[in-house]
Write a protein that binds this ligand. Structure first.
Ligand code: RRO
Length: 312
């Protein structure tokens, strides 16, 4: 059977499926659970300069086909995650830091700190939709450009961008142009679909308290949008010499979902909502299902199927 080995930005991963930032990855014990699971990497919660409690409860709700949340970046502050990266080293899995600024200047400080840490990769979150009064940076190319100019000067560890969903090819091309100009080694797409609203008709209230009920939509609802974004970036970067690894995320809960992301061109995928529902056993299950599909279809390795979507 084909082993679903892969790599991101040249860093080898023992399998294709690991955890998405934001789900059960804030506290050290949670990160150890991920380290002890079949996840081939340990992704940490997006962190800010200072610790944050996050938004008021209720801030997470299950929906019939996924979830909606407005967590508001609850995290222990970047200094804790630097310590966690050292303590997680013994698990011998790539450690991925995720950084989120509340102000554009924060990004330089955060990236510099993780460049000197035991993290192997740094995911720069430019797309959190859940902070009242702050827009999603990656929808603003000139703001993003200023941040990239700053962070790409620092250190040698591979940098990636966590991107929001794009709904217009011109916007996606604009972000791709920026990525080509800077030393960005991977992208993770997509973040949740921001500013969704779930209403409880019984109570006639939103399901969430923060932001008048608006929150990020996750799970099955967003899979086609995520696939579209992955595919479009795959087509754009496929025309270039420089390799940008693509990590797909959004609604993956089975090996068949992961296989669709592989066909679209993803180098690896992350699991969020399914991890929240099922716990850390999801990584082994989904990977086994994916390997089974590859075997049945006669693929000897991931590269034989990667990006090989056949147009009608
Ligand atoms: O913490 C959050 O509310 C959050 C973050 Br940082 C993010 O990047 N995406 C999201 O849906 N929620």
């Amino acid at each position: 059977m084909a082993a679903a080995k892969t790599n991101i930005a040249g860093i080898p991963l023992a399998s294709y499926i690991f955890n998405a930032s934001g789900i059960n990855d804030s506290a050290f014990e949670e990160l150890e659970t991920i380290a002890n699971s079949a996840s081939p990497a340990i992704m940490m919660k997006s962190c800010t300069l200072e610790p944050r409690k996050g938004n008021d409860e209720p801030r997470y709700a299950h929906l019939p086909f996924g979830s909606i949340q407005c967590m508001g970046l609850p995290n222990l502050g970047y200094k804790e995650y630097i310590k966690f990266a050292s303590r997680l080293k013994k698990y011998k899995k790539p450690i991925i830091a995720s950084v989120a600024g509340l102000h554009p200047d924060d990004y330089g400080v955060l990236v510099e700190a993780f460049q000197k840490s035991n993290a192997d990769l740094i995911e720069v979150n430019l797309s959190c939709p859940n902070i009242e009064g702050k827009s999603q940076i990656a929808y603003d190319t000139s703001l993003s450009e200023g941040i990239l100019a700053e962070i790409c000067k620092i250190g040698k560890k591979p940098l990636g961008l966590k991107l929001p969903p794009y709904y217009d090819s011109a916007h996606q091309e604009g972000m791709a142009e920026l990525i080509k100009r800077f030393d960005i080694s991977f992208i993770t797409c997509i973040n949740s679909i921001g500013n969704a609203l779930a209403i409880n008709p019984e109570t006639e209230t939103p399901m969430l308290k923060p932001k008048k009920g608006l929150g990020g939509l996750c799970g099955d609802y967003i899979k086609p949008v995520a696939l579209g974004n992955v595919r479009n970036f795959y087509e754009i970067f496929g025309r270039e010499k420089k390799k940008v690894s693509i990590i797909g995320v959004g609604g993956i809960k089975s090996g068949s979902d992961a296989f669709e992301f592989l066909l679209a061109g993803a180098d690896a995928v992350q699991i969020g909502t399914a991890f929240e529902r099922e716990g850390a056993s999801c990584f082994k299950r989904i990977n086994r299902e994916l390997e089974c599909i590859l075997g049945k279809k006669g693929y000897k390795n991931m590269n034989e199927a990667k990006g090989r979507l056949r147009y009608l």
